[in-house]
Design a protein around this ligand. Structure first.
Ligand code: PLP
Length: 294
C-alpha cells in the first residue's frame, strides 16, 4: 500500500498551482501525475529527502526538513514552505497507518520550464525488508569519486552535499559494486579522503570512539549519523569527526553504513578483506533507531 500527496504550493516564494485549493491533495500513486516537461524528470533538477517511519512515526523529521531547505538553497530553488511540507508528510504518515517500518519521500522539482512553479509531492510506502543487511552486513568497495575533499568550498556549482534528484551516478556505482562482488560503496576523494556511501554515511569505531568523516566535504549531513552519535553517547562512547583515509577504515574495530530506511548496516568486508562485525552493538543500535520518537 502506498500513499501520495501532491502539494499545491511547495514554496511561498512561488504561486500556487490552484489558488483556491487546499495545501495538498491525495492522489493515486499508480496513476501518472507528472508532466513530461517537468524539469525534475528531464534534467534531474530538483531535490528530495527520504524519511524513515518507525512504528507510525516519522524520524528525524526536523533534521530532514532543514536539509531539504539547505538543498533548495544550494540549487537556487524557491525555499520550500516547511509548514506545508510538514503537514503533508504527517498526513501521509497517518494515512500509511501503523506500519512497523516505512518511509516517506519528499520531492521538489523546479517544475515545468518557464512556469516558475515548483512541483512537490510526498510519497509514502512500507519499507523493503533490510533485516539481512543489518544482521549479516555489507561488503563494500572503495571507489574514487573523482573530486577533491574540499569541492564544496572550491566548486559549489557542482552541488556536492545537496540531496539532488541527479542520482544516476549513485545508482551506477551500485552496479559497479555488484561487478566487483560487493554490496555497496564508500566514495574516496581524489586526494584520498574517506567520504560517504552513495546513499549512506560512513561511521567507524576505534576503541570507545565512534567517528564519521564530517560535513563540509561535499557529503550529506546525515540524519541517521546524528542519531547514531546520540545513541553512542548515551551508552558512554565518545564521538567525533575525522578527516581520514582508507587505512583508518581498514584498521577500524567495526564500521557501518548508516542511512534512513536501511538504518545501520555493518560493513563486513572492505575491498574483499573481511572486517569484524559488532553484532550486539549493531542490533541494539538498530532497535534504538527504529523506535526513535522524533
Ligand atoms: N549520503 C548520501 C549520498 C545519501 O543519499 C544519504 C541518504 O540517502 C545519506 C548520506 C544518509 O542520510 P540520512 O541518514 O539522512 O538518510
Amino acid at each position: 500500500m502506498s500513499v501520495l500527496a501532491i502539494l499545491n504550493r511547495p514554496s511561498r516564494d512561488a504561486p500556487a498551482h490552484a489558488p483556491a485549493s487546499p495545501p495538498f491533495h491525495f492522489a493515486d500513486a499508480a496513476e501518472p501525475q507528472l508532466s513530461v516537461l517537468d524539469l525534475g524528470a528531464t534534467r534531474g533538477d530538483g531535490i528530495f529527502e527520504t524519511v524513515s517511519v518507525g512504528y507510525g512515526r516519522p524520524q528525524a523529521l526536523e533534521h530532514h526538513l532543514r536539509r531539504f531547505a539547505a538543498s533548495a538553497r544550494t540549487l537556487d530553488l524557491p525555499a520550500p514552505d516547511l509548514d506545508a511540507w510538514r503537514a503533508a508528510i504527517l498526513a501521509v504518515v497517518a494515512e500509511l497507518g501503523d506500519v512497523d517500518e516505512g518511509y516517506v519521500k519528499t520531492v521538489m522539482t523546479r517544475g515545468i520550464e518557464g512556469d516558475d512553479k515548483p512541483t512537490g509531492w510526498v510519497y509514502g510506502s512500507p519499507s523493503p525488508d533490510h533485516s539481512r543487511a543489518r544482521r549479516e552486513g555489507v561488503r563494500i568497495v572503495l571507489l574514487d569519486r573523482g573530486y577533491r575533499h574540499d569541492i564544496e568550498a572550491t566548486a559549489p556549482w557542482l552541488l556536492a552535499g545537496a540531496k539532488t534528484l541527479s542520482y544516476a551516478v549513485n545508482r551506477a556505482v551500485a552496479r559497479e559494486a555488484a561487478r566487483r562482488e560487493a554490496d555497496d560503496v564508500v566514495f574516496v576523494s581524489s586526494d584520498g579522503i574517506l567520504l560517504e556511501g552513495p546513499t549512506s554515511t560512513l561511521v567507524f569505531r576505534r576503541g570507545n570512539q565512534l567517528l564519521t568523516p564530517g560535513t563540509g566535504l561535499g557529503i550529506l549531513d546525515g540524519t541517521t549519523q546524528a542519531n547514531v552519535f546520540r545513541y553512542a553517547e548515551s551508552v558512554g562512547m565518545s564521538t567525533g569527526f575525522e578527516l581520514a583515509g582508507p587505512d583508518a577504515l581498514r584498521a577500524a574495530d567495526a564500521a557501518w553504513l548508516v542511512s534512513s530506511v536501511r538504518l545501520a548496516a555493518p560493513i563486513r568486508a572492505v575491498d574483499g578483506v573481511d572486517i569484524e562485525i559488532d553484532h550486539e552493538f549493531t542490533a541494539a543500535l538498530n532497535e534504538y533507531l527504529k523506535r526513535l520518537e522524533e
